[in-house]
Design a protein. Structure first.
Length: 380
């Protein structure tokens, strides 16, 4: 089987000799992949920043496909169904799944004190093989996979496995009210989607902060927001304060996570020396930019160890911090409705469509931000 094979930091290859997946549990399904994506979170793995990312792993937590086989206990799917597969692997019956916290399932990940199982995201997320492959084993197949409506384009569907739900939940967790000013740190696919979704909740002003001009221009077009380059500012926090009458934003969203640019100290300690769980630059800016009593929403990925954040400012400003992996299953009906009603076309974020056999080039392009790349889809 052809699949992406991780060989160490900055080294991936297309391997035609990867083993075919098999039914291991009566609740499993085998899915033939039709589309998979490279996510910004995959770059954390690619750059060697996620613990217990093992040689020989196959990445990829965003994929669609066709059901090829099902275990004897699977009743909701049948062979031939066209499905989108949420990045969360959820059992549906544990205490956390019953609260619709599908990203925190207690049964899909042996390291379940925190995150639940995630496809293709190291052994810290359960060690499940991912979707950058021709075929994938999907556990708990009666819970996660969602049959794609006949009218829906496959590329819109693959954006429902992570990007659209995560951007939407980022805005949702911000508790955005009518008239709010929302600042999103990060103009990657998730940040751009979060900015677009902020309007759904009644935002009056949406601002994106990043440092890559082509991404900022894309954000202006797709998310209909203001977009500013922090490298042109003396201090992003001061800029946001000035543009909000020195109150600060009502809501700040960290859509960057552990590889943030903008602070030499954070980069040194979090990305170079690995003394903390990534550079928490965007989180620090968010805490200092939001108004007193405001809300911070975090969807950027950080590791399991500590980070240098100004927690005293959180206390003294009376801030609320909300964070989690997106509960894709919970959000799908609402997001499908948004697509069907023409409110959004998620596939418009896709800029590159690359054969799976060229996965090493695809990672290089996305990681190095070449060719104005926003979102990459792999085609088996």
């Amino acid at each position: 089987m052809l699949a992406m094979n991780y060989r160490g930091p900055y080294r991936v290859r297309a391997d035609h000799n990867m083993p075919y997946p098999e039914i291991q549990h009566p609740g499993d399904a085998i899915v033939k992949v039709t589309r998979s994506c490279i996510c910004g979170s995959d770059l954390h793995l690619y750059h060697g920043l996620v613990p217990d990312t093992r040689i020989g792993s196959t990445f990829g937590h965003e994929f669609t496909g066709i059901v090829m086989d099902v275990g004897r206990d699977v009743t909701r799917l049948k062979v031939g169904d066209r499905v989108l597969v949420p990045f969360n692997i959820a059992c549906g019956v544990c205490p956390f799944c019953k609260q619709e916290l599908y990203g925190n399932c207690h049964e899909s990940n042996p390291e379940a004190t925190a995150v639940g199982g995630i496809f293709g995201y190291s052994h810290t997320a359960g060690g499940h093989s991912g979707g950058q492959a021709e075929y994938v084993r999907v556990p708990f197949a009666d819970v996660g996979p969602y049959v794609i409506p006949e009218w829906m384009d496959t590329e819109d569907a693959v954006m429902l496995t992570d990007v659209f739900p995560t951007g939407y939940q980022a805005a949702e967790m911000g508790g955005i009210k009518t008239g709010d000013t929302v600042v999103v740190f990060g103009a990657g696919p998730i940040g751009i989607m979060a900015a677009r979704c902020a309007w759904f909740f009644g935002a009056a002003r949406v601002i994106i902060i990043d440092h890559i001009e082509y991404r900022l221009e894309f954000a202006r077009e797709f998310a209909h927001c203001e977009a500013y380059n922090f490298k042109s500012m003396q201090d992003p926090v001061l800029f946001i304060k000035k543009t909000t009458d020195y109150f600060g934003a009502d809501v700040c969203i960290d859509a960057v996570g552990c590889e943030a640019e903008g602070s030499a100290l954070q980069t040194l300690t979090g990305r170079n020396l690995l003394l903390q769980a990534g550079a928490a630059t965007a989180l620090q800016w968010a805490i200092n930019s939001v108004k007193k009593g405001g809300i911070i929403s975090i969807v950027g990925v950080y590791g399991p160890t500590f980070n240098m954040v100004p927690i005293g400012n959180v206390v003294n400003k009376g801030l609320t911090i909300r964070a989690n992996q997106a509960s894709v299953i919970r959000l799908l009906p609402k997001l499908i409705e948004h697509i069907q009603q023409g409110h959004i076309e998620p596939k418009a974020l896709i800029t590159h469509r690359i054969p799976l056999a060229e996965v090493s080039d695809a990672y290089r392009i996305f990681s190095s931000k070449l060719d104005n790349c926003i979102k990459t889809v792999l085609i088996p």
